[in-house]
Write a protein that binds this ligand. Sequence first.
Ligand SMILES: [Zn+2]
Ligand SMILES: [Zn+2]
Length: 428
Amino acid sequence: MDIKAPRGVRDILPDESWRWAYVLDVTAKTMADFGHSEIHLPLFEQTELFSRGVGDTTDIVEKEMYNFTDRGGRNLTLRPEATAGMVRAAVEHGLCAQGAASRLWCWGAMFRYERPQKGRYRQFFQIDAETLGVSGAVADVEVIALSAEIFRRLGLRNLEVVLNSVGCPKCRPIYRDKLLKHFSAHKGELCKDCLVRLDRNPLRLLDCKEPGCGAVANAAPAIYDCLCDECAAHFEDVRNGLSGLGFRYTLDKRLVRGLDYYTKTAYEILSGDLGAQNAVCGGGRYDNLSESVGGPHLPGVGFAAGVDRIVLIMEEQGCSFGQCPQKEVYVVAQDDTPAVCNAVLSLTHRLRMEGIPAEQDAGDALGKKRSAKSQMKSADNAGVTWACLVSQDESHNIVIAMKNMNTGEQTTARPEEVARRVKESYNI
Ligand SMILES: [Zn+2]
Ligand SMILES: [Zn+2]
C-alpha cells in the first residue's frame, strides 16, 4: 500500500499497547487516591486559547501548532498541551464556583509540529493533572507528590524532584532585567535562536541546550534574591512541604518552563542513575493563565508527563508492566460439520462470558474453514494453556478433549464442565 502513516506519527501496536494500558491503570488509580477526577477534553480548541494562553513568544505557538480553518471559517488548533483546555473547561462549566480546589486529570493525544526523533512524535500522548482555584503552596506540594507517587508505583528508579521558582509579574521583570544585562554581555557566545529570544524573553535562554549558551546560563544570576515577599514565602512553603514528606529535591536556577503563563513553582521529576537521568514529567504553577485567555482570576498548578517517554524509560529500567493479557483457551473444531461448528461457537462464547479469554478459528480470508491441524498450530502460537478439541461421538453427542498445552495431558469433558475445569487449573 502506498499510503503510510504521516511523518512523525505512529501506531501503538498490540505488543506495546498493553504496556500503555498498565501505565494508564496505575495512573488512574493514583489520581483517584489523590482526589483528581478524570475529564475528557476536545482535541481541538479555538486557536486563540493557545495563542493567548500558551504565549506568542514560545516555540509552540511560533512554530509547532497545527492550525486549521474549518468549513465554517473558524480558526482552530489541535491542542499542543492540555492545561489551557482544562482551565477553559473549568471556567466554562463553573467547576471552581465553590471557591475550593478543583482537582482534575486527563490523558490523551497532543499535537506539535516538531522534528521527529526517537521518543518524540508529532502526535504524542500526555498524562496531565491540574489543581485549579487555589493559590497556596499545599496544592503545589500535592501535585508534586502526586506525580512522584505515580512514578514510584510504576517502579521508576532514583526519583528526584528538581525545583525552581519563576516568580510573578511583580518580581519577574526585575530578574528579567538582570538576565538581559548578563546575556547581553555575552552575546558572542550565544546561538542564533538565543539572540532572537534575548529581547523577547530572556528567561528562555536559561534552558537552551547549546553548550555555548549553557555555559553563559550557568554563570547567570539566580532568581532567588529577586523574588518578591509573596513568591519567596510561597517557595519556602513548597520546600518545607516537600521536606516534610521526605522528598529528595534539588534547586535548579536554569529550570524554566517553555510556557509564558507559569508563575512561582516550576519543577521536573528525574529518574535514572546519575549521569543518565531523564525528566519524566514537568509542571508548575500558572496563576495568570485564566486571565490571559479572558477568564476570571483562577490560580492553578499541575504537571504533564509523556506516556511514550514513560514507557520507554520503564523498558530501559526493566520495570514490570504487570501481566501481558494471555489467551487461556483455544477451541478447535475437529471437523466442519454444522453440529461441531455450532458447538465451537457456543463453547467459546460461554468461556468468554465466564471471563476466560478464549479464541476460536474464524476461517481464512476466502471464508474457508481451516483444518484441525492448522487450528492446533494457531493454539500453539497463541500460547494458550488449554486447547479444547470439539467433536461428535457415534451417538452424535458433542465431546470435548481438553488438552493441557503445558503438560500434554488430555482428558474429556462435557461443554458445561469446561469453564469450571479451566478455573480449577488456575488454583493448582
Ligand atoms: Zn513575585
Ligand atoms: Zn542558545
